[in-house]
Design a protein around this ligand. Structure first.
Ligand code: USQ
Length: 392
């Protein structure tokens, strides 16, 4: 099966590419180096320097014997995306055998804080996230209408409603009649809003053109190890711990190692559904193996367990203490506009039913992450830990 990975250089995209390649999929990666460039521009470099994508795939081929094709370019430029669909960007020829059977769409600007920085970053987030999705839909219609889109969504589209969160849809009864609707959305940043909008766009084209889509509404991801990266730092993924691109648990791990008090925003009662990066790879592969049907907009909530921010801080503190670190926790003013104490009960049975074997957040997982980060302690830039972007 040929799989195009849009955004294949990123935190999730690169480990996904190696994982699927190892499993025997014919993988091609597209990326415009947005994440690397933005990290450089904003002086928020990842913990480890990463080889460029051509060097990464060469290293992967050396260790695995598997070839991954690469095209560097911007998929918001439709002619470029078409050249990737036709195979021209990879081999110079239009080759039907190269038309993808599935596309994994990670090529969106993924940071809430980045989207709230200023006009330019907001505008980029909207343009990039929506135009990339629109172009993808058109390329599929033009080249291979049966191609399955797997789009990385976010649990953040739902917000924190005072009712249970369903997987994508809710049945509503009104005036004695029933109707199944998309679950109401209430995103908490402009980035999250673009995930509502791209989802609505995909839903519209599923109904109108009959395309096949799975939207994976993922919670915050943590971790840096996958089976493919574990023993080779040249294959490691991009790991951010800064205030813009770092997710909360990854940030806390680095803070614990550096002796920086863990930055709990506000009351710390914010609950989210978390998952290990290894489980992202499992979920994507399970979704690939069981595609959505023609015209189906399938939504799966992708996380394995829920925690408050305070729970995570306490777990990292306990792990740090086991490893001889003096980890302090400090509640600081919340730079975001979000509920800090709320009901949260999202369903997440769909991926379990497809066979997900969850890697839960055990003490061993935390200890391993802290042990890894300790080796790079001298590279940490503590100036980029304090949150700099305010929502209002
Ligand atoms: N938080 C802290 N301290 C920190 C960082 C974050 O208390 O130092 C809090 C935030 O205020 C928030 C929670 O931790 O309540 C999660 O924050 P996050 O930065 O880990 O996650 P978020 O901004 O929501 O975004 C991340 C990814 C995004 C993905 C999303 C899934 O960057 O791409 O879509 O997680 S979800 O959160 O379910 O929307």
């Amino acid at each position: 099966m040929r799989v195009l990975i849009l955004g294949g250089d990123g935190y999730l995209g690169w480990p996904t590419a190696m994982h699927l390649s190892k499993k025997g999929y014919d993988v091609a990666i597209i990326d415009n180096y947005f994440r690397r460039n933005a990290c450089r521009e904003l002086n928020r470099e990842p913990l480890l320097p990463a080889l460029n994508l051509h060097e990464r795939v060469a290293e992967w081929q050396r260790v695995s014997g598997k070839k991954i094709e690469v095209a560097i370019g911007d998929i918001t430029h439709y002619p470029f995306l078409k050249s990737c669909f036709s195979g021209v960007a990879f081999t110079g020829n239009n080759d039907k055998a190269k038309y993808p059977d599935a596309v994994i769409h990670y090529a969106e600007q993924p940071s809430g804080p980045y989207s709230m920085m200023d006009y330019e970053k907001s505008s980029f987030t909207i343009t990039n996230n929506l135009m990339s999705t629109l172009n993808l839909i058109h390329a599929i219609k033009e080249y291979k209408p049966e191609c399955h889109i797997i789009k990385l969504g976010t649990m953040g589209v739902y917000g924190t409603p005072n009712i249970d969160i369903e997987e994508g849809y809710i049945e509503i009864e009104k005036g004695g009649r029933k109707h199944t609707c998309l679950f109401p959305k209430s995103p908490g940043s402009l980035y999250h809003l673009t995930k509502v909008q791209d989802g609505d766009m995909l839903y519209f084209y599923c109904k109108t053109w009959g395309i096949k889509v799975t939207d994976l509404n993922q919670g915050p991801v943590y971790g840096m190890f996958t089976d493919e990266t574990q023993n080779n730092e040249n294959l490691a993924t991009i790991f951010n711990y800064d205030d813009i691109f770092g997710t909360v648990l990854n940030r806390f791990i680095v803070q614990a190692v550096c002796g920086y008090p863990l930055t709990v925003y506000g009351k710390g009662g914010q609950v989210r559904g978390y998952l290990n990066i290894k489980d992202t790879l499992q979920c994507v592969e399970l979704t690939l193996r069981t595609p959505a049907s023609e015209g189906e907009y399938r939504v799966l909530n992708q996380f394995t367990e829920t925690f408050t921010v305070n729970d995570l801080a306490k777990k990292v503190q306990d792990s740090g203490r086991r490893l001889g670190l003096d980890v302090k926790i400090k509640a600081i003013a919340n730079p975001r506009v979000e509920a800090e104490d709320h009901y949260y009960n999202p369903k997440h049975t769909g991926l379990m039913e497809l066979g997900l074997q969850a890697n839960l957040l055990s003490g061993d997982v935390l200890d391993e992450m802290i042990g890894f980060v300790k080796k790079y302690k001298s590279s940490v830039n503590t100036n980029c830990i304090k949150p700099q972007v305010k929502w209002n």
